[in-house]
Design a protein around this ligand. Structure first.
Ligand code: MEV
Length: 315
């Protein structure tokens, strides 16, 4: 049995695609994957989604293609799934299209489950890197932040091509997460930002640079336990994501609702265009006020458990 975490981006989405750093935190929620010898052929089962796919009956579904891309990684392995088929079952504890790294967690957990059956040990870095074949089916050119967080857990600074930098914080990070009710397409949103960058490269790069500065300020604030400072960076980051045209009126509204109930800061998280917003709260009192107010808007809302310690993706 393997486990990989979902994530929230506290600061830095989209800019991270253009080699700026991002500050991300792993969630306690994630995806479990179990791999076992199959009697006949390779099978992928995702019970709550009603998925029971066999390799001999291909579909165009991205998850099917991602699974096949992952199996191809083991093509030359003498006991790999191409020679000894596996039945893989996923237990998905994250909303898909929510900006919480669900697809990356599915990829990392599936890779880890296959490795487990084959007795292959890998570093979390290697696991995240190899599983990118799964993410690429969904997102084309992922920065890798989702897969890195899914594999490693913790709170960290991620920057493409560099070692991930785990952070520790003296203050617990309390987040409320609310889903806007609209599914987010990372691929479409990354494309949108790419178009904007093509039209106005200077403006886009200036936004990315300001986001990078916010990531740096947020990192220092987090390490010093200065949640108000972290929240100020989050609020400004949301404005910059609005300027990049990846926010929606609903995400803006949910951020306002959270702030009005005493959240220290709020922003969309992940690709935007739908998906989730996150609100940073100081204590349990404000947490429950913010949760209630967001639920009163009819939005699926939960207080997030942040997995503060970096750790293995397997539990
Ligand atoms: C998605 O969680 C974050 C984005 O920056 C895309 C990526 O980093 O690959 C929007």
């Amino acid at each position: 049995m393997a486990f990989a975490r979902g994530k929230v981006i506290l600061l830095g989405e989209h800019a991270v695609v253009y080699d700026r750093p991002a500050l991300a935190a792993a969630l306690e929620q994630g995806v479990r994957s179990r791999a076992e010898a199959s009697g006949g052929e390779n099978e992928l089962v995702i019970p709550p989604w009603g998925v029971r796919w066999r390799e001999s009956a291909p579909t165009h579904e991205p998850t099917f293609r991602a699974w096949q891309a992952l199996l191809d990684l083991y093509a030359d392995h003498p006991w790999g799934p191409r020679r000894r088929p596996l039945r893989i079952e996923l237990d998905v504890g994250l909303p898909g299209g929510g900006g919480l790294g669900c697809s990356a967690a599915m990829g990392v957990a599936t890779l880890a489950a296959i490795d487990e059956v084959l007795g292959i040990a890998r570093s979390t870095h290697e696991r995240a890197e190899r599983s990118l074949v799964w993410e690429r089916v969904f997102h084309g050119q992922p920065s890798g932040v989702d897969s890195a967080m899914a594999a490693a857990g913790g709170i960290a600074i991620f920057q493409r091509g560099r070692e991930m930098r785990p952070l520790s914080t003296p203050e617990p990070v309390r987040l409320v997460i609310a889903h806007s009710g609209v599914s987010s397409s990372t691929h479409a949103m990354v494309q949108r930002v790419a178009q904007l960058r093509e039209l106005s490269p200077e403006r886009a790069n200036a936004i990315f640079d300001e986001i990078a500065a916010l990531v740096d300020a947020g990192r220092r604030a987090l390490e010093a336990g200065d949640l108000a400072m972290l929240a100020a960076s989050m609020n400004r980051n949301h404005e910059l994501l609005y300027d990049l045209q990846v926010s929606t009126p609903e995400l803006d509204h949910l951020c306002e609702v959270a702030r009005a109930q005493g959240a220290l800061g709020a922003k969309l998280t992940g690709a935007g265009g739908g998906g989730c917003m996150i609100a940073l709260v100081a204590d349990a009192y404000h947490e429950s006020r913010v949760v209630e107010a967001l639920r009163a808007q009819g939005r699926e809302t939960f207080a997030a458990g942040i997995a503060t310690q970096p750790g293995e993706s397997r539990r």
